[in-house]
Design a protein around this ligand. Structure first.
Ligand code: FES
Length: 117
């Protein structure tokens, strides 16, 4: 008999995906959590450190779901701005007021949960 993973860990923490479904090469997995598209990825290629952030770039709404995460930074495919996937801060650009929305992540076994307000 297999145990069903809970859909929520708390009021805010919702099941997003299986950790084993997240690409290991820096690509981003789009998950749908409470009707919201959330980008889930590994903080660096092959890492088990899982991060979650908005699928839309704060610059001009570029598709971060098509971006890549390299050494803790997601690179937008449109204009190649980079954002720290933990803090959401723009990295190495003069648009430092831009802020990518990031989400708290919890991993329970193979299941990844994302905190949604
Ligand atoms: S839309 Fe992402 S860098 Fe411009």
């Amino acid at each position: 008999m297999t145990m069903q993973a809970p859909q929520r860990l708390s009021e805010r923490s919702h099941l997003a995906c299986a950790r084993s479904d997240i690409p290991t090469d820096g690509a981003v997995l789009t998950c749908h959590v409470q009707g919201r598209a959330i980008a889930v990825a590994r903080r660096s290629a092959g890492s088990d450190d899982i991060v979650a952030f908005d699928t839309r770039c704060p610059h001009m709404n570029g598709p971060l779901r098509l971006g890549r995460v390299v050494e803790g930074e997601v690179i937008c495919p449109w204009h190649f701005f980079r954002f720290d996937v933990r803090t959401g801060e723009a990295v190495a650009c003069n648009k430092s007021q831009m802020q990518l929305k990031t989400y708290e992540v919890k991993v329970l076994g193979d299941k990844v949960y994302v905190d949604i307000e």
